[in-house]
Write a protein that binds this ligand. Structure first.
Ligand SMILES: [Zn+2]
Length: 192
C-alpha cells in the first residue's frame, strides 16, 4: 500500500475511534462560509476557530470567486442558511507565481510536475503535453489586495447573491498566522 494511503487510513481509524459528532445537523451551526485557497499551509478550522458542523469552507487554487465557488456559496445560503461570507486569500500564494500564458505553455510541453526557480517555472518532464490548458482561465493573481477586492466584488454583484449577506475580504499571513482585513473589499462587500 502507498505510504500516504496507509497513513491517512490509520489517522482516520484514530479519528473515528473517539468520534462523537454523529448527530450534527447539516446546516452550519454558526451560519457562515469561508472561501479560501487550497494552500496546505492554511488550516481554516484553526485560523478561524471552527469545529465540525460550524461553517462551510470552500477551497480552490487561490480562493478565487470562480463560477464553481459561487455555485457553492449560493447553495450555502439558499439551501443551508449561511448569513455571512469570508473571502480569504493569503501571502506567498502560488497563484502569484505564474500567468495563464505560463501555465498553458508548461502544459503544452508536458503534463509532469514543473519546477520553480528564480527565473520562474520550467518543465523538466517529458511530453506529450496538451493544448487543453488554453481553454481554462487559471484565475492567477498579480496583486493580492486587488484579487481579494475583485473576488468580493464579483460575488457581491452576482445576480444569484442577495444583497443582505455581508462579504468580508481578508489576506491570511502565512508567516504570522494572522488574518489581515482588506478594508476596501469589506467595504464593497457590505450588506445592503
Ligand atoms: Zn494560495
Amino acid at each position: 500500500m502507498s505510504k500516504i494511503l496507509d497513513e491517512v487510513l490509520n489517522a482516520n481509524q484514530q479519528y473515528a475511534s473517539s468520534f462523537d459528532k454523529g448527530d450534527l445537523a447539516m446546516p452550519p451551526a454558526r451560519r457562515f462560509a469561508v472561501l479560501t485557497c487550497m494552500d496546505a499551509r492554511l488550516d481554516p478550522a484553526k485560523f478561524a476557530g471552527l469545529a465540525e458542523g460550524d461553517a462551510h469552507v470552500i477551497r480552490n487554487a487561490g480562493g478565487r470567486a470562480s463560477d464553481d465557488a459561487i455555485r457553492s456559496l449560493v447553495i450555502s445560503y439558499k439551501l443551508l442558511g449561511t448569513r455571512e461570507w469570508f473571502v480569504v486569500h493569503h501571502t506567498n500564494c502560488g497563484m502569484e507565481t505564474f500567468s495563464d500564458d505560463t501555465m498553458r505553455k508548461l502544459l503544452k510541453h508536458s503534463l509532469k510536475t514543473a519546477t520553480l526557480d528564480k527565473d520562474g517555472w520550467h518543465d523538466v518532464g517529458q511530453g506529450p503535453g496538451s493544448a487543453e490548458g488554453d481553454f481554462i482561465d487559471w484565475l492567477t493573481i498579480s496583486d493580492q489586495q486587488q484579487a481579494v477586492i475583485a473576488d468580493v466584488q464579483r460575488i457581491r454583484s452576482h445576480p444569484l447573491v442577495p444583497r443582505d449577506i455581508p462579504i468580508y475580504g481578508f489576506i491570511y499571513d502565512v508567516i504570522t498566522g494572522k488574518l489581515m482585513e482588506v478594508a476596501e473589499a469589506t467595504r464593497l462587500g457590505k450588506a445592503a
